[in-house]
Ligand binder design. Structure first.
Ligand code: DON
Length: 306
């Protein structure tokens, strides 16, 4: 199986380069507009400790919304089920940065992966930690067993200077009483957390606890098994926003995407997969990375539905 995975990843990487001219990089965060777009990487980490990679799998990129997974895990560790009083568990059917449902639903976001939900999670972390973005970063360090990952300060500043939309979402939720800290502090922490830079290999390894019932292989328990399964359920239904149904149909695995072009997928009990390529489709998800994970799942037959 190991040799097969390595060979398959190489084939996928060779083919994916042809897709890297489709779509557009996320330029609403100006620092991301400068990322050279014709890049592709893929890595697979297995629960028994193997790591396979192809293409630019060791190139660090902006993890953006994939950071919401780590922030949610940390908030769940601290708050437990009380968290679900303030954020829902339903797909939104709207873009990641939409405000439309918030008025009808009294400032309670549909799920922790749309920006509104992630801002509630950041509010929780702001209450628990003096430097919430450091808490998320240090959590990633513990998952990896090393401290090599960092926040890209330039990307964080660039997003913070252009965060009117997230500021609007945050102020609106605060008017309903669903944010407790000051909006400016929440946005500072949120933009810094999204600006964590990691490679496909690092992301695949860091997220392995989600494939291993909440235990990080070779390290400690991160979450109780039911909570790890619930995060996988949220990834399947909400991880790709209004493309989540299409991703479930095409890929059949829990995924989490980011506008930096990364996509993380979990095969429960087996492995985690991370693919990256900067150009995105209209829903904000990487075209080449989605195609690569779709191809991997189809060729291996791995799916949560089999
Ligand atoms: O808040 C934002 O808009 C970005 N920091 C993250 C959005 C994102 O990655 C959406 N995922 N595809």
């Amino acid at each position: 199986m190991s040799a097969d995975i390595a060979a398959l990843l190489q084939t996928i990487a060779d083919e994916a380069i042809a897709l890297t001219d489709q779509g557009a990089v996320a330029d609403y965060i100006p620092a991301l507009a400068n990322v050279p777009p014709r890049q592709f990487g893929i890595a697979v980490a297995t629960v028994d400790g193997a790591l396979h990679r192809a293409g630019s799998a060791d190139q660090a990129f902006s993890i953006q919304s994939i950071s919401k997974l780590f922030a949610l895990t940390l908030a769940l560790q601290r708050e437990g089920d009380d968290l679900w009083q303030r954020v829902g568990r339903e797909p939104s059917g709207t873009p990641f940065n939409s405000l439309v449902l918030l008025e009808r639903e009294s400032g309670v976001p549909r799920n922790p992966f749309v920006n509104a939900g992630a801002l509630v999670i950041t509010d929780v972390l702001c209450h628990r930690y003096l430097q919430p973005e450091r808490a998320v970063l240090e959590f990633v360090h513990r998952l990896l067993g090393r401290t090599s990952v960092a926040i890209d300060a330039q990307v964080a500043r660039s997003e913070r200077l252009h965060s009117d939309r997230n500021a609007a979402i945050a102020h609106f939720m605060r008017s309903f009483g669903n944010l407790r800290q000051e909006v400016a502090a929440i946005l500072d922490a949120y933009c810094a957390q999204c600006a964590i830079a990691m490679s496909c290999a690092e992301l695949a390894r860091a997220a392995l606890f989600l494939a291993a019932d909440g235990v990080q292989p070779g390290a400690a328990r991160v979450l109780q098994a039911p909570d790890a399964r619930r995060i996988n359920a949220l990834m399947l239904t909400c991880g790709a926003y209004d493309a989540a149904g299409d991703f479930a149909f095409r890929i059949g695995l829990p995924t989490k995407t980011g506008v930096g072009g990364g996509i993380l997928a979990i095969v429960p009990g087996r492995m985690s997969i991370c693919a990256w390529s900067p150009r995105l489709d209209a829903t904000g998800n990487s075209i080449a990375a989605a195609a690569a994970i779709e191809r991997f799942a189809a060729t291996t037959g791995l799916s949560i539905f089999r």
